[in-house]
Design a protein around this ligand. Structure first.
Ligand code: IPM
Ligand code: MG
Length: 355
């Protein structure tokens, strides 16, 4: 088994360090771990945010644990050299089209949500975000216009792209509460019309899943009005980017939410995937020990489950984290004073207690 760890920028190295400690504590047999540069740090060291050797390392692994990319010092660089291109490049080069972003409330954390506790209590949803298409990867550019320089980005989805992510969404719903909400903007966008028609087609193969459709504006409103109504939210790249951040604020802190990005490649142990906290590089708090490593540790749990077939270990990590989150050991994001490594220590203690 081989795992590539790509810590990246900002708080990425701090949070992945804690995930690495948890991984080491599991003492998995025959595990190789290697680390590579990615993002702004990679640009500074190698002249590219996604160096060829990092990409090759990811390809040669069974799974990738990713920290975060983004560095204000790189803000002025042309788009192809910006740190964000590293994660976009990995997603497209590795064919990681399915992004799973679970958001569930933790008992005891209702008070941290931006929502009233009685509304926050019911959150247990999964955003299934398409990750290889949409306006993210369409042609784009700048041109002249009567109104001065004009930026443009092409948005598109074809049926094959929608079909494969729809299958992921329906299969996830089968394993959960059997409800799927497809989010689009079919009242305005042609992209969304094809999206919706294709999702309806695919739904015929999953008669036991209850499907409904929501326009993205309504979905954003419903998510803060009554998030408990959602089970699986199936949506495109751009809407999924926005709604998954919103879901994290509903739960309480973006520092708690993990994600998996998966494609079709099967490894000896499961499905190849890249796992990352959904928070970014948070340069304002980088290097201060203030970052919450929980999202990175939970990303490791997802990695163990989906890519390495280690369900028992994944479950243990999740139970250990739940105990820590419910305890007094809280980081600044949750109104506490615990440092990044103290939260890591607490997770390790709980893990030992559970074994
Ligand atoms: C995310 C991030 C990325 C995205 C950025 C860093 C390119 O916001 O993973 O949600 O927009 O997909
Ligand atoms: Mg985002």
């Amino acid at each position: 088994m081989k795992i590539a760890i790509l810590p990246g920028d900002g708080i990425g190295p701090e949070v992945t360090e804690q995930a690495r400690r948890v991984l080491d504590a599991l003492d998995l047999p025959k595990l190789t771990i290697w680390e590579g540069d990615v993002g702004g740090i990679a640009y500074k060291r190698h002249g590219h945010p996604l160096p060829q050797e990092t990409l090759e390392m990811a390809r040669a692994s069974d799974a990738v644990l990713f920290g975060a990319v983004g560095d204000p010092e790189c803000d002025e660089l042309p788009r192809e050299h910006r740190p964000e291109q590293a994660i976009l490049g990995l997603r497209s080069e590795l064919g990681l089209f399915a992004n799973l972003r679970p958001a569930a409330g933790y008992p005891g954390l209702e008070g941290m949500s931006s929502l009233r506790p009685e509304i926050a209590r019911g959150i247990d949803l999964l955003v299934v975000r398409e990750l290889n298409g949409d306006v993210y990867f369409g042609d784009k550019g700048e041109r002249g216009s009567d109104g001065g320089r004009e930026g443009w980005d092409a948005m598109s989805y074809n049926e094959a792209e929608v079909r494969r992510i729809a299958h992921t969404g329906f299969q996830a719903a089968q394993k959960r509460r059997g409800r799927l909400t497809s989010v689009d903007k079919a009242n305005v966008l042609e992209t969304s019309r094809i999206w919706r028609e294709t999702v309806i087609e695919v739904a015929k193969e999953y008669p036991e899943v209850e499907l409904d459709h929501m326009y993205v504006d309504n979905a954003a409103m419903q998510m803060v009005r009554s998030p408990g109504q959602f089970d699986v939210i199936l949506t495109g790249n751009l809407f999924g980017d926005i709604l998954s951040d919103q879901a994290s604020a509903c739960v309480g802190s973006i520092g708690l939410l993990a994600s998996a990005s998966m494609g079709e490649r099967q490894t000896k142990f499961g499905t190849f995937g890249l796992y990352e906290p959904i928070h970014g590089s948070a340069p304002d708090i980088a290097g201060q020990g203030k970052a919450n490593p929980v999202a990175a540790i939970l990303s490791l749990a997802m990695l163990l489950r989906h890519s390495l077939g280690c369900e028992t270990e994944a479950g243990r990590i999740e139970r250990a984290v739940a105990k820590v989150v419910a305890s007094e050991v809280r980081g600044a994001d949750l109104g506490g004073t615990a440092s990044t490594s103290e939260i890591g220590d607490a997770v390790l203690r709980q893990l030992t207690a559970l074994s």
